[in-house]
Ligand binder design. Sequence first.
Ligand SMILES: [Zn+2]
Length: 54
Amino acid sequence: MKRSGKTVRKGDLPEKDCRTCGRPFTWRKKWERVWEEVLYCSDRCRRERPKEQP
Ligand SMILES: [Zn+2]
């Protein structure tokens, strides 16, 4: 299977979609212990959470 433009490598780092901005972000070393809990791509997005229901 081929995707135009980008090559998808095997063994690539996992990705998630940021809860705030919706962009995919890639696993980072600093998250290796908390990856399951990481929901945001950056500290900024973590602070700027989507509007919570009042
Ligand atoms: Zn984000």
